[in-house]
Design a protein around this ligand. Structure first.
Ligand SMILES: C[S@@+](CC[C@H](N)C(=O)[O-])C[C@H]1O[C@@H](n2cnc3c(N)ncnc32)[C@H](O)[C@@H]1O
Length: 214
């Protein structure tokens, strides 16, 4: 498991403050590029959870839909920044994602992670914990770079973030789909978003549903 201090060092790489409206939601690292928040299929009154929310920019776009936007991040610095930027429109908790999911009694209509906790947590532990907190028909959306891009790899499950190695769960889309089905999700699908011109790194977006969705 990674530590909150490792992720605080990562948090320090980007400014905490922000003024103005939230940037357009994107599943990539390029605001407004590719499909957006509509992949969550939620509207006013929905309960939505982001795992590894960072500074909360995507959550703010979810809150703008009228949904309850809840974020969890292991880094106290990220949570403080998210709260400062977007509170009280968004609700953020400092916790390990699995710990939060095991202890909350809340149920969600949608759970998502964009380059977030799912990439750095054993999916065989995390995915069943997510499934238990989704309402029937609720959706899970996961986004990350295609395997082997951006970070210097130190084996199949490692990445440097930013100056030390933390575990990262790589996998082809079909491997994630198999994992999702094995952990109680149905109808997994994957799509690839190519980067804008002059940028690198393809994003894979995985979607799957808890009981009866899809
Ligand atoms: C690569 S950053 C991405 C942040 C944000 N989603 C974004 O796209 O800007 C990964 C985030 O996941 C958080 N994180 C890593 N492991 C976590 C865990 N086990 N539980 C909760 N958050 C975690 C980190 O603190 C960090 O904010």
């Amino acid at each position: 498991m990674t530590t909150s201090s490792q992720w605080d060092r990562y948090a320090g790489l980007t400014p905490a403050g922000r003024q103005g409206p939230p940037p357009p939601f994107s599943w990539t690292i390029h605001p407004g590029h590719g499909p957006g928040v509509e992949l969550l299929g939620v509207g006013p009154g929905a309960d939505v959870l982001e795992l590894g929310c960072g500074k909360g920019d995507r959550l703010a776009a979810v809150a703008a839909l009228g949904a309850r936007a809840v974020g969890v991040d292991i880094s106290p610095m990220q949570v403080a920044a998210a709260d400062r930027r977007w509170g009280p429109a968004v609700e953020v908790h400092q916790a390990d994602a699995v710990h939060y999911l095991h202890h909350t009694t809340d149920l969600y209509d949608a759970v998502y992670s964009a380059y977030g906790a799912h990439w750095f947590t054993d999916p065989k532990v995390l995915l069943p914990a997510i499934c238990r907190r989704l309402r029937p028909g609720g959706v899970l959306v996961l986004a990350h770079l295609t395997p082997g891009t951006q970070f210097e790899a130190h084996g199949p499950t490692a990445a440097r973030v930013p100056s030390e190695t933390v575990p990262r769960w790589e996998g082809e889309a079909y491997q994630w789909a198999n994992l999702l089905e094995g952990c109680g999700f149905s109808a997994p699908s994957a799509s690839e978003i190519v980067p804008p011109r002059d940028s690198t790194g393809c994003t894979v977006v995985l979607r799957a549903w808890a009981d009866g969705g899809g």
